[in-house]
Design a protein around this ligand. Sequence first.
Ligand SMILES: CC(=O)SCCNC(=O)CCNC(=O)[C@H](O)C(C)(C)COP(=O)(O)OP(=O)(O)OC[C@H]1O[C@@H](n2cnc3c(N)ncnc32)[C@H](O)[C@@H]1OP(=O)(O)O
Ligand SMILES: O=C([O-])CC(=O)C(=O)O
Length: 400
Amino acid sequence: MQYIPGLAGVPATESKISYIDGQKGLLTYRGYNIMELAEKSSFEETTLLLLFGELPTRDELNDFDQQLRANRRVKYNIREIMKNLPETTHPMHMLQVVVASLASFYPSTEYMKGGTENQDYINDVTVKIIAHMATLVAQWEHMRNGYDPIEPRKDLTYAENFLYMVTGEEPDPDWARLLDACLILHAEHTINASTFTTMVTGSTLANPCSVISSAIASLSGPLHGGANQMVIEMLEKIGRPENARAFIEDRLANKKVIWGMGHREYKTKDPRATILQQLSEKLLLKKSESGELSQMFETALEVERVCEEHLGHKGVYPNVDFYSGILYKEMGFDPKMFTSIFAVARSAGWMAHWREQLQNNKIFRPTQVYTGAGNSCYLSLDQRSDGIRGVLSKQNNPDA
Ligand SMILES: CC(=O)SCCNC(=O)CCNC(=O)[C@H](O)C(C)(C)COP(=O)(O)OP(=O)(O)OC[C@H]1O[C@@H](n2cnc3c(N)ncnc32)[C@H](O)[C@@H]1OP(=O)(O)O
Ligand SMILES: O=C([O-])CC(=O)C(=O)O
């Protein structure tokens, strides 16, 4: 029996939702190229594509859109839970707690009865979670800064309403279109860590709110979605393009990762990073009076060049998290929010995989290769000399 660390290259499921060609740098949702979707689709339409497998008709899209709009408001009790969190709570931790608490209001006893799926419950909870995610993230931004949250509006698209709830201002259509493209690009990515978490938790027939809460926890780590906040903090530390080489070479010499670089699947630049880089460049040029890009963007370009020199031969190139933060920062979002904006978008992919898992469910329960002791002899407390400290000292000094 061979153990594969991190299950690298091990197929854990069959799925029809998305496809990656890591050598060519290609990503498709249900067969549609991500570049075309980012340019022409909307988050609402892409979500339907992910959930149901095909692009909707105008009526189907309108119907789903109306359902999302009608489900934006969060209950008073949920708001009270948020109010009781310390203001220092990171948006991802807030999201994890609050989405888990939604299970109290939307119990899943119906869909779990006898293992038979209740399609109405599944559709309702899908809409509820995707609609609520944006409201929770936007409202927490005000609450953690000591202000009253802004209520969602029904007359705006998903992206427009999110911008409105964060800024309190009438959303600029160009900015809403930009955010829409970001949401599309982040909505789905095959069986990444947080989607795998969704499937594992979902396979036990846990409440879908608990399923998505576990996925949020998984996304929050800096090796996964949490990297977008780390990238900005790294670029801020580097400060100027001319500091990039020394900073990167020092980190690599100390065996530290470069945030926003590398990917299990892609051995070339992540196609989403390419699109986000282009979108950032366009936005910066539009904002700049001098026709120059920002110092942070120039620093990122230099980091990418130095990394290619040192890591290109290992297939380590920018991933989606490398340029998304620059774009979000230019759009005025606090870096602490970046991963939670990612989670808002990814809720579409998580729900699609949860539903696909339910269609042919088998509980995830892999096996392991045991490497521990055999036939240990139980000694009474009086007979023990080494104890735990002895084991630890042997671990720290194996030759002793
Ligand atoms: C949305 C997302 O989740 S995208 C990923 C976001 N995460 C990050 O940006 C964190 C930085 N990146 C990483 O830590 C990794 O590239 C991961 C976690 C994304 C992928 O990890 P794995 O597939 O296990 O790749 P692994 O760690 O085996 O890397 C292969 C080689 O490239 C090197 N490498 C990979 N990524 C990096 C990096 N960011 N910086 C420096 N070296 C790297 C490894 O050190 C390893 O070198 P070696 O073969 O000489 O030991
Ligand atoms: O696929 C992965 O491992 C991580 C990733 O890029 C994503 O989830 O978008």
